[in-house]
Design a protein around this ligand. Sequence first.
Ligand code: ADP
Length: 491
Amino acid sequence: MKILFVASEATPFIKTGGLADVGGSLPKALAALGHDVRILLPGYQAIAIHDHGFKVVADLTLPSIGGTARLLQSRLPDAAVPVWLVDYPPAYDRPGHPYLDAQGREWYDNAERFAILCRAGCSIAMNDADLDWRPDVVHCNDWQSGLIPALLGNEPERPATVFTIHNLAYQGLFPADRFESLGLPAHLWGIEGLEFYDNLSFIKGGLVFADWITTVSPSYAAEICTPEYGCGLDSLLSQRRDRLTGILNGVDYDVWNPATDTLTTNHFDVADLDGKKASKQDLQRLAGLPADPDAALIGTVGRLVEQKGVDLITAAIPQLMPRKLQFIILGSGEARFEQRLRELADRYPQQLAVFIGYNESLAHQIESGADMFLMPSRFEPCGLNQLYSLRYGTLPIVRSTGGLKDSVVDTNAATLADGTASGIVFAEASSEALAEAVRRALTLYSDPARWRQIMRHGMQQDFSWRRSATRYVGLYRRALAAADDRGESKG
Ligand code: ADP
């Protein structure tokens, strides 16, 4: 099958979160299954085009854009997957974050910037770019590529479209006047189209028009059909429930493997855990915490935003400090959370180390050296760090939501007896419930034999991309059949 994978980020080129991990790994796994998959990304300045060997392969004439974009091509470093960048300097040749300006606000022209990505995607999808390649399926990801299914909707002979929701809270909403300035066809306006409460919604392009919608865990697929998690789109998603599937993200075990991790010094596996002890000691030193092997070391890595329950962590920390434990927290995000964490680190220097910023290597060292990993998310479409934690023998303590619920099995009498326990799962989004979950983890931690049993079981879980990619292939086939049905009912 030929698949065009369109996204706004993909490792190792550009990353702000989990979407990038998926963008780099799922295409690789699809290629390993024998499919011809190609990735399309915006040509951000931050992508080192010369280091990655990008070369111009085509010019793209994009409707409603007063110029021509160039298409650059290279490939994923460790796979035969071509990667295309849309090179359009007015939109992408600027320093900084893919979505935000230096003040942390959305770029003023994000509607135009991602409409260009979508127009380029359509041009390739319809084989209008002189590439002599026509995909069977266009796989779009999040709002930045949401206009593609809408724009392709009326094309005869179009490929099937699949739209994946990585996080429904980000919708690409813009003032209605952008609809006209982007030159979108008039029939796409209205609540059956791209309108959302008088705004232009990019994500609706995917949710309304894609042949199939997916999201990144079965539980999140169910949750987003409810008002509590649906971000105003639950009715639409419920209407399309028969075309909405949840597939859990996978892990790239070439990158996240405690036995071979290139960003950590001490290696270990399920048969020999000695390296983990050494890793813990190194991490404590690096964090400036006492190198006490008996203190439970709890790690957290992630965006410091409300979704991730950072406020629950900061409220729980003072309650937990009388216990024999240490925290190491790495993240960046909202200033109020960064500030609060810094204050707490000043107050508890022997027990809490805080690193503000983005640091890939430290993220690996935390997975490797910590005893437990905390993810008290209010909602979590999939979540990757709990999957990494399982492989690194770092017991995940998670809230029962979305992909966290689908990947971690709570430890209780029944799951200990049948050997399925892999972490601690708690229900309520409160600091008390979180503190109670940590206390439960500490009780387990004081029983080393049992602790190791749970660790080992988690380390043996298979969340590889191969499994998930196979499911995507099945779904592409269903999307192709659905696209044929639509074509026939129109014709
Ligand atoms: P989200 O996509 O909502 O941010 P995920 O758990 O799906 O959350 O993926 C987050 C990814 O980004 C993980 O690979 C995580 O390790 C990484 N990450 C997030 N924040 C940081 C950070 N400050 N430093 C290093 N890696 C980070």
